[in-house]
Design a protein around this ligand. Sequence first.
Ligand SMILES: NC(=O)c1ccc[n+]([C@@H]2O[C@H](COP(=O)([O-])OP(=O)(O)OC[C@H]3O[C@@H](n4cnc5c(N)ncnc54)[C@H](OP(=O)(O)O)[C@@H]3O)[C@@H](O)[C@H]2O)c1
Length: 335
Amino acid sequence: MDNIHQFVQKSDVNAAALAIFGIIGATVVAFKVLSFLKLLFDVFLRPGINLKKYGAGRGGWAVITGATDGIGKEFAFQLASKKMNIVLVSRTESKLAAIGAELEQKYNIETKHYAMDFAKGADSDYQALQQLLSPLEVTVLINNVGTNHEMPTPFEQETDTIIKSIVEININAAMRMTKIVVPQMVSRKNGLIINLGSFAGLVPTPFLSVYSGSKAFLSSWSQAIGAELAPKGIHVQNVNTYFVVSAMSKIRRASMLIPMPKPYVQSVLAKIGTSGGASTPYTMTPYYSHAIANWAIDHLFSRGFWVQQNYNIQTDIRKRALRKKEREAANSKKL
Ligand SMILES: NC(=O)c1ccc[n+]([C@@H]2O[C@H](COP(=O)([O-])OP(=O)(O)OC[C@H]3O[C@@H](n4cnc5c(N)ncnc54)[C@H](OP(=O)(O)O)[C@@H]3O)[C@@H](O)[C@H]2O)c1
């Protein structure tokens, strides 16, 4: 009789344990399903903040770093098409002047430009920029300029010059530009700061360690200043970007996962204030396939799994890049 009683008690405990695990499992799955539905809502249905809030059509200025190619150039054209005045900043004076003239003629807006090499981190350049920007009503800052390792490289073999230029361009330029424009945004209680983040900042990327670390900095810093500046009316958004066709990505053909700069920037500007696939605050992943990839990284498998995937991908890219270098060296010897 005692044995039967114990058996009944044990199976009651087992059933209760199973029910608890079942409830926990169902809750976890329900949260994941809900977060995926929110992603679909953000990416396909929810409208972003209208750029009129940031002075589009009312004399507001957008400052764009790295504005003469790729994603930055596309921001310049799309913001100009929404009647924002534009300040273009990158290295090449001739490209800056040509793009400025094209924007003015095409969209009937005002432009200004300043040529500087962010890698130099020269105080004189930032002072000149401060003077250029102080009389303007700067309402939007696109911290877009960025640089990467020339190829996937083990950290200890990377040159000091490349390490220094990644830190100077990807980290210091964003902070210094932000420091220049934030005081006037605060005084007007209005502003938008967009930082061009990367999936390399979301998942540490072996062999691109300094680039990856710089984008992780950008992600963390964007969240911190995003919280500081929100009560002052300034919206900060780290844009989590997977690959986009550009000179930097060295990818020439678009695919489902790799858009051209035009649709990519369209997705960013249409979705200001939404998060898309990103689950970190003050962060957005607006492009639909990037959003799904971001969601998968955040919700499926461990972070260690994704780091190992990056290790495998970059090892393969490094092998191919080294073989290409060898071929080029052999060809140049033949000439
Ligand atoms: N493309 C991607 O797949 C991808 C993925 C994730 C994140 N991102 C991020 O998106 C941003 C833009 O990348 P992108 O692919 O559009 O780059 P890109 O096509 O190579 O364009 C870079 C722009 O920055 C300027 N620039 C480069 N070095 C500079 C320097 N030292 N000082 C001043 N200006 C400089 C270039 O003009 P000049 O040469 O005339 O100076 C050009 O206008 C970067 O922050 C990047 O990390 C890109």
